[in-house]
Write a protein that binds this ligand. Sequence first.
Ligand code: FMN
Length: 403
Amino acid sequence: MKKQLSPSVQWVGVKDPELEIFDIVVPTEHGTTYNSYLVRGEKVNVLIDVSKANFSEEYFGNLEKILPITDIDYVVVQHTEPDHSGCLLELLKRHPEITVIHSKPCKKFIENLVNREFKSWSINSGDELDLGGKTLRFFVTPFLHWPDTMMSYLVEEEILFPCDVMGAHFTSERNDAIMNSELDDEDYKTSIEAFKFYYSMIMRPYKEHFLKAYKLIGDLPKKIIAPSHGPVLDRDPEFFLEWYHEQAQNYLKRLNGQKVTIIYASSYGNTVLMMNAVKVGLEEAGIEVVTFDAATADMNEMVDSIELSAGILFGTSTINAKAPEPVLSLVANLVVLNVSGRKAGVFGSYGWSGEGISMTEGLCEVMHMKIVQDAYKVQMRPSAEQLEEGRQWGYGFGLKIIE
Ligand SMILES: Cc1cc2nc3c(=O)[nH]c(=O)nc-3n(C[C@H](O)[C@H](O)[C@H](O)COP(=O)(O)O)c2cc1C
């Protein structure tokens, strides 16, 4: 197993092949790694990220085999999520003189994490640290995926440390490779699936922030990309960065597009009749409309369509004083997107109380969508007049999309 990325960079992380669930919600079929890197210059030694607290013994044990902890001058905390910073408190106990490098928003997080004094350097984008013969350059890249995220770049060896961006929850069961160039074909393929899954579970809502970071790091020459989880990317590093960039284009497509997705749930077709009328109105306003029956449609297809939509409409029946489960389930699945400020509206048929409609409006608000017009409601089956009302309601929503 190759742990030396380059003449001055060594992988000093920890593997966690048994991990089954990460951060409560992410299944980790292939375990994970908590990557930490030791960068050694002629004058200065630097750690980039540490590891999860429950691996402290293994982490420091391995590190001490390489050098005394007190020979490390700086530790870069690229992000305070405890999978990368959990060993920081122990590091400060062992070496109180070490200087912690971090972004400005990260300072408070570290203070709350370690509850003790520490030497600190809050970096700005472009700041550099001279290691003696090597240079580390830092970039502030917030919301990838916490407000504190920063990245580091080793100029002379062209290695980018992008924190969780381009990470993957993957460690090979068949060999102990660290670098993706050392994976066999099957593992390489699986590691790419894990990379894409990691993106969909963790990074997908942050496209806008990735595009800002890309302006800082996109043009840097990169021989190796060394993320915080999973294989070090020395085989085809540009593929991984450009794949992220391609995904981020969806953000621009949505901003520049005029698409509305309608999700509906209807037991006896009354809400469907309303949906058809709304759709006609939207199309008259020049809007591209895509509709999904929430009870039968594929969840990923619905979420993908919403991602590219300027507006979202929910058509919902009322069942037992609530919105039906497929509507609730769809809203829950929107946690993988950023729908804040997205224009939304709700319509539906009901029998006597209509809570499904108000409940769905409430959920839209909880998800920070913006309800732009009052709900279109009909008791039982819509009349011709009520369908005309629906057409106008759809037209009105369409105008709000293009305004
Ligand atoms: C099992 C069941 C439970 C219902 N519960 C409610 C309810 O709590 N409140 C209400 O206003 N309507 C309730 N309804 C009536 C429906 O919301 C109403 O028939 C509506 O028109 C159905 O629209 P759809 O054909 O689009 O599903 C219920 C209907 C069914 C079948």
